[in-house]
Design a protein around this ligand. Structure first.
Ligand SMILES: CC(C)(COP(=O)(O)OP(=O)(O)OC[C@H]1O[C@@H](n2cnc3c(N)ncnc32)[C@H](O)[C@@H]1OP(=O)(O)O)[C@@H](O)C(=O)NCCC(=O)NCCS
Length: 155
């Protein structure tokens, strides 16, 4: 567990997910995505990959989270990140990304991968700020037909 500060100086605690967090994670998921992960999928990640499923907690409430999976022991794959709409633009998304990359590094990863909707400019700016580069596009990646950029960062 780590206590960190947002841009407005507020403290947040970043720690591994527990099953009791999932209903709050799911609420943020529904507020954040057209195609939210179902609760049972979040539950599966929390059971099988709890060390790469981090939540940010402020005043006892989940305000953001990031979900990753280590692939082939070397690639840190970030599957999902969201910040509650009331807590955006305070530096939390960036903190969560930096934390999950540090968790992956401790497991030996030096390459990080993610997919992002071509229309999701806010997320693309975040990833570019952290050094991710767009390497290719996958058409029809999402269920509504939208393409994704596949982005990588190499240490
Ligand atoms: C993407 C998301 C996680 C960013 O979280 P956040 O806490 O608001 O981001 P931060 O405050 O840490 O911003 C870090 C950087 O990202 C970029 N950024 C974030 N939001 C942005 C926006 N709305 N417009 C442009 N750039 C943005 C900026 O470069 C920012 O750095 P700066 O503040 O120094 O300019 C958040 O907008 C979110 O939850 N979106 C909905 C879910 C989603 O799209 N997830 C990504 C799926 S691939």
């Amino acid at each position: 567990m780590r206590v960190l500060r947002l841009k407005d100086n507020a403290e947040v605690c970043i720690r591994e997910v527990s099953l009791g967090d999932l209903s709050e994670v799911y609420e943020i998921e529904k507020l954040s995505f057209k195609d939210p992960y179902p609760l049972d999928l979040l539950h599966t990640f929390a059971v099988l990959n709890s060390d790469t499923f981090l939540v940010a907690v402020k005043n006892g409430r989940v305000v953001g989270y990031v979900i990753g999976v280590l692939r082939w022991d070397v690639i840190g794959h970030i599957l999902n990140i969201a910040v509650h709409p009331c807590y955006r633009r305070k530096g939390l998304g960036e903190l969560l990304m930096r934390e999950i990359m540090d968790v992956f590094r401790k497991k030996g990863a030096r390459v990080f991968r993610l997919e992002v909707r071509v229309s999701n400019l806010a997320a693309q700016r975040l990833y570019e700020k952290l050094g991710f580069k767009k390497e290719y596009t996958i058409p029809n990646y999402y269920s509504d037909g939208e393409a994704c950029y596949v982005m990588f960062k190499r240490d």
